[in-house]
Design a protein around this ligand. Sequence first.
Ligand code: GLU
Length: 335
Amino acid sequence: MAPESQADAHPPNRDALPRVTRLAPSPTGALHLGNARTFLVNWAMARAAGWRIVLRIEDLDGPRVKHDAATRAIETLRWLGIDWDDGPLVQSDDLSPFVEAMRALAREGKAYPCALTRAEIEDAASAPHGASVSMGSGQPGGESRFPASLRPPLVPREFDDPETNWRFVTPPGHVAFADAFCGPQRLDPSETVGDFVIWTKRGQPAYQLAVVVDDHRQGVNEVVRGDDLLDSAARQILLRRALGIAQDPVYTHLPLVVGEDGRRLAKRHGDTRVEHYRERKVPAERVIGLLARWSGVTDRREPMTPDEFRERFSLERMPRSAVVFTSEDDAWLLG
Ligand code: GLU
């Protein structure tokens, strides 16, 4: 890859607007220690810099959303000492802003309905004339690259069939942005994912559209989240532009917490839910102490209050790569 030229090294651009960030849990399961670290860092950055914090419950992830998980996520955040200024805004309460956005995109010929199955798309992508590579399940959300050959004529449409998947017409070329933690990025979604799904046949917006619409209507201009979503930022920037949203937010993508096998924290690593430790009477200060050690705040294992974490946190000292949740960490938490 060619070295980034000076012109490409856009520093994060914080305009004069008041800064607003969001905590956006998906109630698809309980918060684990990795999610908690991202939320705590987001909160500490916001409180240290005077950003407003809005809470948003991202409950449009169809079948994966669990009853009660939103209430429990809110309780867990509160227990950790994380607070917010506004919300929760619950995405499923009102779909009209997403429908409005779909109407605009469809009318401008920037979105189209697509009833093709995943198998049909993968077949087309691997056909000799397809000239495109299937990215298989390596893509976020297990999405294959959608080959341009399957795109219908781009004409103005009515958004009249919300029971079908709709795709975004991904424009060709690089998207450049400066991540406040990961540095300058140049990504080309037209090469990696092609036209991606923005509305699902369940009659709901897909994650990429929901995030863009909500970040915009909530005035969010500081996005702090796990670096598993770094690729998504490029898609979200393209969608913002297509919807006429002038400014990109400042993105801060943080490395994830992984298990001892190097894979992202999940059920296979045992019970890493914050609630699991809470139920075992582990004090919140002990959990925060471990999150602090994972965030470059301290080298030791020491209990810490949220305020101490906030005062001592600095993004410069955040570990540059994934941190590992070890069995010693678990034993220390359980004391
Ligand atoms: N709801 C997403 C999650 O819990 C975060 C989305 C975002 O920050 O853009 O992983």
